[in-house]
Design a binder for this molecule. Structure first.
Ligand code: 3Y8
Ligand code: NAP
Length: 245
């Protein structure tokens, strides 16, 4: 009897939850609890960490989970690693739903960097006006570079900046091209820093940057352990045996 745990927190995870609910699949949707009011899902939802690999293992057994779909964000590397370890330990099949990394188009002025520290180093020595669209978990090393003015986009109002240091915009996304064009223009942005998240939800800022010829510092995805991976919701449903139902 199918009982699916969806590790969520992305646009694709939300779309998968819709498909599973419509197919009448017995599923549980899981959020880390990073935001104060996450989007409601059409599946029973749990919020919060599992308590490491052991906690996830115990959850899988207690909840009699038969399949796990890791539909987390490409930068949620620890969750993905825990899923690989816990599913292997208890012998439960795991599938990752992952979107491809963004590829440069002609006109893009991208500099690829391996991690957050390298992204900080890639900013110019001279003062810049930087759209720091990486959320709130890795802001400190950037803010330590006091010569720059930062535009931050956060989901929750957890941080404020003095006007001379920058400006905080609260928005959850998915984001629009019109909105991101306006943002870059209104704040006179000279540089964009972004994770190479892929997907449509956060791509608008890259298109708006290309149109203005702005340099983008693009942070590579962290490594995750090998696991079976698909790119579409239909492939997940085929894997679960509920396609077309
Ligand atoms: C809690 C669930 C949906 C999902 C929407 C996608 C699109 C909008 C783009 C920018 C980039 C960023 C950030 C971002 C995007 C989608 C998707 C995506 C980037 C929510 C959500 C949760 C989170 C967690 C949050 C992180 C933060 C990252 C903001 C919900 C809205 C920057 C990643 O305040 C915090 O601590 C936020 C933390 C992890 C990265 C960071 O390090 O700060 N996402 N984002 C999930 C959970 O609790 O399990 O609140 O409803 C989901 C979405 N965020 O169904 O429409 O699919 O990628 N999320 C990045 O990509 O760079 C914003 O501003 O341009
Ligand atoms: P992470 O660093 O990979 O994971 C840190 C810990 O958070 C995990 O070990 C786990 O705690 C818990 N966790 C993460 N995702 C979870 C989930 N879906 N359900 C239950 N617990 C979860 O994760 P992250 O990068 O902070 O991402 C957290 C959430 O935000 C994920 O749902 C992810 O899809 C979403 N998100 C992240 C980004 C990003 O840029 N990182 C962007 C968009 C959305 P325990 O060890 O206690 O089990």
């Amino acid at each position: 009897m199918l009982r699916v745990l969806v590790l969520g927190g992305t646009t694709e995870a939300s779309r998968l939850a819709q498909a599973l609910a419509q197919a009448g699949v017995d599923g549980i949707f899981s959020y880390a609890g990073r935001t104060s009011v996450p989007i409601a899902q059409p599946l029973p939802t749990r919020v919060g960490g599992f308590g490491g690999v052991a906690g996830l293992q115990a959850y899988l057994q207690t909840e009699r989970i038969t399949h796990v779909v890791d539909a987390t964000h490409p930068f949620a590397a620890q969750m993905s690693s825990h899923a690989v370890q816990a599913c292997a330990a208890v012998g439960i099949p795991l599938l990752a739903l992952e979107r491809p990394a963004w590829q440069a188009h002609s006109g893009d002025v991208w500099q690829h960097v391996p991690d957050i520290a390298a992204a900080v180093q890639a900013l110019p020595a001279t003062p810049a006006r930087v759209f720091l669209a990486i959320g709130r978990q890795h802001l400190a090393p950037f803010l330590a570079c006091a010569q720059h003015w930062y535009l931050l986009r956060l989901v929750d109002p957890v941080l404020d900046l003095p006007t001379e240091r920058g400006h905080v915009v609260l928005d959850r996304g998915p984001f629009t091209l019109e909105g991101d064009r306006a943002l870059l223009h209104a704040h006179g942005i000279s540089h964009v820093v972004s994770k190479n998240s892929g997907g449509a939800g956060a791509q608008a800022k890259l298109t708006a940057a290309r149109e203005r010829g702005l340099p983008v510092i693009l942070i590579d995805r962290p490594p995750v352990p090998a696991r079976q991976t698909v790119g579409t919701i239909n492939d997940v449903c085929l894997w679960l045996g509920c396609a077309g139902s």
